[in-house]
Design a protein. Structure first.
Length: 243
């Protein structure tokens, strides 16, 4: 249930929230005691001084995708018609991105090299800070702050999202292997019980307009050839779910 055949090529930021300091590491938290974080880091974007990443192994430029699925037509920079913009202060330690509409254009960092993919025994960590009231600040429908995938949300993808319904809305981590691995019968996802999907759900997540919440997800032992891979979901340093 944990086979990824291709590396992520898209690190997308798309939602209606404030985000500051996106970081991706090649190692899981448990490994950081052996390999210092600064050596494991592959991408860090604080948005303190601009849109591009402060540090990146690959392309550090932020891109705007005008048509989902057509990243080749994307342009460098933020071109969201004002629906997404950078604020110079008010972030965790400086600037931040502010998303004001769910239908804003998708923005992303290219995944090549920025996601340290391995075809064997793959592990990694993604860290992001969010500040919002999900019930008041989000439009109806699923809202994904982060998505990493070479294809689709349910085919070799990691994502975190707010469920489309609920008061409060659930916050979820998706760690979807190749579609043919986790859904070999190609069933409609709505016909698969939620506890059988590769999801980690957190009920009543601790978000608020008056505070920044630190969200981290990590994975390990993916592409091991065994069904022993795992994903963990943390809020403000506390484990809130795993799969």
């Amino acid at each position: 249930m944990n086979r990824f055949n291709t590396p992520g090529r898209l690190i997308a930021l798309a939602s209606a929230f404030l985000t500051s300091t996106l970081a991706i590491s090649a190692q899981t938290p448990a490994q950081n005691s052996v390999l210092p974080l600064q050596k494991a880091l592959t991408l860090h974007a604080s948005f303190d001084k601009g849109f591009d990443a402060d540090f990146a192994i690959g392309d550090k430029r932020l891109f705007t995708c005008f048509r989902p699925g057509n990243q080749s037509e994307a342009k460098p920079g933020l071109n969201a018609n004002g629906k997404t913009h950078r604020i110079p202060s008010g972030g965790v330690a400086g600037g931040a991105l502010k998303f004001t509409a769910r239908d804003s254009k998708w923005i992303f960092f290219p995944g090549e090299k920025n996601v340290d993919f391995s075809s064997a025994d793959w592990s990694g960590t993604v860290s992001v800070w969010l500040r919002l009231d999900p019930e008041e600040d989000l439009d109806p429908g699923f809202t994904d702050p982060i998505q990493i995938t070479p294809r689709k949300w349910n085919d070799a993808a990691f994502f975190i999202d707010f469920d489309k319904d609920g008061d409060p809305r659930d916050f979820r981590l998706g760690a979807f292997a190749d579609l043919k691995v986790w859904n070999a019968k190609n069933e409609n996802v709505n016909d698969i019980p939620e506890d059988k999907r590769p999801l980690v759900k957190v009920a009543a997540p601790p978000f608020g307009r008056d505070k920044w919440t630190h969200v981290v997800f990590s994975w390990e032992r993916f592409n091991s050839g065994k069904k022993d891979g795992g994903a963990e979901f943390y809020f403000d340093g506390k484990l809130r779910g795993e799969n």
